[in-house]
Structure formats: structure tokens, C-alpha cells
Design a binder for this molecule. Structure first.
Ligand code: PA5
Ligand code: NI
Length: 187
């Protein structure tokens, strides 16, 4: 019998995961067309600007039923026009697979939308905890002046369906109006 140290760790100060079976993804502005409304500002911003980075601990095969994945996202502070830097956003491929998010650093908004395109939002801050029902699309937005980081845990067979959001977006946009974030319905 032996007691092992897996050496898989999380840094609670910033959510950084260390260990094995990790993947890292960097999302540049050029990979995010059709996300921001202001096309002019999109074109006037460096296409190689990093908008967000995802780290994920994938201890089992993608698609395995019953397994879990664990991740961390950081979104840099910034805006394109009057919209803050945000993730692409997605539904899960298997719509009955939920997810937990929790705020680690910074100030953000979790934008949520159901199949009928009803949209609402939750505040994210260090320690905020969010249960995302599997049927609900989710996108995160950094409304602060520093990095927003948050953790996530989701089933290994949930999958990501980006198409619907790519095609139709969310039914509301979060804009900075008179220095404050406001949800604006999309016409
Ligand atoms: O699984 C999740 O919901 C998160 O890990 C997201 O994938 C991550 O925050 C990046 O967002 P998106 O996948 O919408 O680009
Ligand atoms: Ni998800």
C-alpha cells in the first residue's frame, strides 16, 4: 500500500492548474469574428490581441460518460467598441449536461440564455458560485479593469455546441453605457 502525491494542483489565488493531462488554448481576436457588434472597432484592433485563455484538466477521454473535466478561463480586460472582452459562448452538445462555474479573480458577468432565447445574467466575483443548467447557453464577460478568472467543472461527455451562438448570438448584448455595464436587448 502506498500513498501517492498526484502533483495535480490548483493555485487558489489565480485558478492555475498544474499537473498532467492539461490542455491550453489561447483565443485571439482574429478567431472571434461575429462576437462583437462594432465591426469598425473589431477591424481597428490588433487581430493578434489575446482576448482569453482556457486551461483544462482532462483526466479522461472527451465523450466518456460519467467522467468530469475541470478548467480555468482568464479573460483579459478590454473592450471592442462598447462591448467588453468575452468568451464565444456555447450550448452543450448534450443538453442535459450541466456545469459549475466559480469566480476566482476580477469582476464579470455570466450571460445565460435558454432555448427560447430568454437571456439573463449573474454577477461573477471572487467566490461567486454558478450552477449552469445543461439546457442553458453560457458566455462570460470581463467588466473589470483587471483579469477575470473563473473555474469550471463539467461532464466529459457534455461537448461544446458553438454553432447556434455563432449564427444567432445571444438575445442581449452587455454594453458599457455611461461607464456602467448594461444588458441591451438585440433587435
Ligand atoms: O466548459 C466551459 O463552459 C468553459 O470551460 C468554456 O469552454 C471556457 O470558459 C471558454 O468559453 P467558450 O468555450 O465559450 O469559448
Ligand atoms: Ni460549458
Amino acid at each position: 500500500l502506498s500513498i501517492i502525491d498526484t502533483a495535480n494542483t490548483i493555485d487558489y489565488s489565480n485558478g492555475e492548474i498544474k499537473g498532467e493531462s492539461l490542455i491550453n488554448a489561447t483565443k485571439y481576436l482574429k478567431e472571434l469574428p461575429n462576437i462583437f457588434e462594432d465591426q469598425q472597432s473589431f477591424e481597428n484592433t490588433d487581430p493578434n490581441k489575446i482576448i482569453y485563455e482556457v486551461q483544462a484538466f482532462l483526466p479522461v477521454k472527451e465523450g466518456l460518460e460519467g467522467g468530469l473535466f475541470f478548467g480555468k478561463t482568464i479573460i483579459y480586460p478590454g473592450k471592442i467598441g462598447d462591448e467588453y472582452f468575452m468568451t464565444k459562448g456555447h450550448f452543450h452538445e448534450k443538453p442535459d449536461r450541466g456545469e459549475f462555474y466559480w469566480g476566482i479573480q476580477g469582476e464579470g458577468i455570466l450571460l445565460l440564455m435558454d432555448k427560447n432565447r430568454n437571456t439573463w445574467a449573474e454577477k461573477m466575483y471572487p467566490g461567486s458560485l454558478h450552477y449552469i443548467n445543461g439546457h442553458i447557453a453560457h458566455r462570460t464577460i470581463n467588466i473589470g479593469e483587471s483579469i477575470l478568472s473563473f473555474g469550471a467543472c463539467w461532464p466529459s461527455d457534455a461537448g461544446h455546441n458553438y454553432q447556434e451562438i455563432m449564427d444567432n448570438g445571444f438575445s442581449a448584448r452587455l454594453k458599457e453605457i455611461k461607464g456602467k455595464p448594461q444588458l441591451i436587448p438585440v433587435r
